[in-house]
Design a protein around this ligand. Structure first.
Ligand SMILES: [Fe+2]
Length: 294
């Protein structure tokens, strides 16, 4: 990257700031007219809105009137071997133009092959060849959508053959050489560290802090032999502990509560979001608590 290049991520992405948000999911569309105390922004799943007119499009417009929105994708398949789908990228760009988010994001993984959608986020080998492959595809995405792009560290349960570097080195190489940002999922760091036997605190010290603009917080399940990134339960105390460390030692950025399975009532989500705000308050010695009616 040319140091005088003013189109770089670090020059064009919004500066890091603190904010707390939750994912807008279908069961809560009707709640959009109600108060959402403690919610500074909403994250929407891009694929839920990019293919539809009608109600989803009306919902996204209504949400945009009340909250800053960010786009999070699940099927870009940035690491896949199939060519990136041009119609997908064009629809993503159209949605981004409608929503005008500060950034959009997807996962450092692949989710389709030979045209078959797996509906799962599969890991890449931590290799130089994979870095080069993903970096070239990120350039293609950035060129079409033309907005700051964040890549998320996914959870993974098997290590692909061909490993030449650590997960943190792989993530760092990709985001720095692609000149994009990092969406650090704190729960994924904890789940991966536990399942693959590394220190999550060391991991946080190894990724490029200056490129982080967002955290994800979520619940996981313990299958007894390994942890499962389920997004269907309350945030684990150890993940809160890691989050506090990230806030004080790594970056102070937007935090998104992800709850995608067994989605609870808005009231439960707001209370969980309040716990995230409380953890940030304890970590940073400031008060981010907002009253949530019980
Ligand atoms: Fe996540």
């Amino acid at each position: 990257m040319n140091p005088t290049d003013k189109t770089s991520f670090l020059d064009t992405a919004p500066a890091p700031t603190l904010a707390f948000g939750i994912g807008l999911r279908r069961p809560h569309f009707d709640d959009l007219l109600n108060p959402w105390p403690g919610v500074d922004f909403l994250e929407i799943i891009s694929e839920n809105f990019m293919n539809f007119g009608g109600r989803p499009r009306e919902v996204v417009k209504a949400a945009k009137e009340r909250f800053p929105l960010i786009l999070h994708g699940v099927s870009l398949s940035i690491g896949g071997l199939d060519p990136l789908k041009e119609d997908y990228l064009e629809k993503l760009k159209a949605l981004a133009d409608l929503v005008d988010p500060p950034w959009f994001s997807d996962h450092l993984s692949y989710s389709s092959h030979w045209g078959v959608e797996y509906h799962d986020l599969l890991p890449l080998p931590f290799s130089e060849e994979a870095v080069e492959h993903v970096v070239a595809r990120i350039q293609q995405v950035k060129k079409v959508v033309n907005r700051p792009f964040l890549l998320e560290n996914p959870s993974y349960y098997i290590e692909m053959p061909g490993k030449e570097m650590s997960e943190a080195e792989f993530l760092t190489e990709v985001v720095e050489r692609a000149d994009c940002g990092l969406l650090l999922d704190i729960n994924n760091v904890f789940v991966n560290a536990t399942n693959h036997g590394y220190d999550p605190y060391e991991f946080l010290g190894q990724v490029p802090a200056n490129r982080i603009r967002q955290y994800h917080m979520a619940g996981h399940d313990d299958s007894r032999s390994f942890l499962v990134d389920s997004h269907g339960s309350h945030i684990h105390p150890e993940v809160f502990k890691l989050y506090k460390h990230a806030l004080t030692e790594v970056a102070k950025v937007w935090t998104l509560l992800e709850w995608d399975n067994a989605i609870p009532s808005l009231e439960v989500l707001l209370k969980e979001n309040q716990l995230v705000r409380k953890a940030a308050s304890e970590a940073l010695g400031d008060s981010f608590i907002v009253e949530v009616a019980s």
